[in-house]
Ligand binder design. Structure first.
Ligand code: FES
Length: 125
């Protein structure tokens, strides 16, 4: 069996939503101290809906695929729904990750959580 699913390879080779949102109203950045990978998520939220999302990930193939899939999963969704996104859902949407690569999907969950926290902080909630 191949180490990575076709979906992981697809999102690694053709990542969706790569880049920066200049007028983002929420940003979340996280890193993993062990592997040194860094993920940054930009959100453009209007009326509590995630109108746009982009990411910059300096990391492994699984981290890039996880960022890409996570952004696809929250795009167009209400903030309350994006809050519920788990790394498990990201890994499942990618048809699985090898056990030693699960932490890469955790990075995506954390980056989105952090961006949403930033959104709420800016709103004074
Ligand atoms: Fe660190 Fe994948 S090896 S995020």
């Amino acid at each position: 069996m191949a180490l990575y699913s076709e979906k992981v390879m697809d999102h690694f080779r053709n990542p969706r939503n790569v880049g920066v949102i200049e007028d983002a109203n929420a940003i979340g950045e996280v890193g993993n101290a062990k592997c040194g990978d860094i993920m940054k998520i930009y959100l453009k939220i209007e009326n509590d809906i995630i109108e746009d999302v982009k990411f910059e990930t300096f990391g492994c193939a699984s981290a890039i695929a996880s960022s890409s899939m996570a952004t696809e999963l929250i795009k167009g969704k209400p903030v309350s729904e994006a809050m519920q996104l788990t790394n498990k859902a990201v890994a499942e949407a990618l048809d699985g990750l090898p056990p030693h690569k699960i932490h890469c999907s955790v990075l995506a969950e954390e980056a989105i959580q952090k961006a949403l926290e930033d959104y709420y902080n800016k709103q004074g909630e």
